[in-house]
Design a protein. Structure first.
Length: 95
């Protein structure tokens, strides 16, 4: 495995966590895995929100194969159409 950035601090490491962040990183990873076993079918955003963990951290775990979550690709996400508001209009009174 080549060097990559530590998912916690961003330092270059040969693992997904550097030596200084290893304990904290694996603890977070295990809490995510347990949470997903207890609440299967949650979306990635729900996991991030409930556990207070960044999307980048979870994406890193998914790409390394430590967490099994279906993260949609950005280009596959469709947003609802937003209706444009007409804005505020003022009318001048003829005096």
């Amino acid at each position: 495995m080549g060097k990559s950035s530590c998912l916690i601090c961003g330092r270059l490491s040969e693992q997904i966590f550097c030596a200084d962040c290893s304990e904290k990183g694996w603890s977070k990873t295990h809490s995510i895995q347990k949470f997903l076993r207890d609440y299967p079918g949650l979306t990635t955003i729900e996991v991030c929100r409930e556990l207070g963990i960044s999307l980048g951290f979870i994406r890193g775990l998914v790409s390394a194969g430590y967490v099994n979550l279906d993260i949609p690709k950005l280009e596959d996400i469709t947003l609802p159409e937003v209706k444009k508001a007409s804005g505020f209009h003022t009318s001048k009174k003829n005096t």
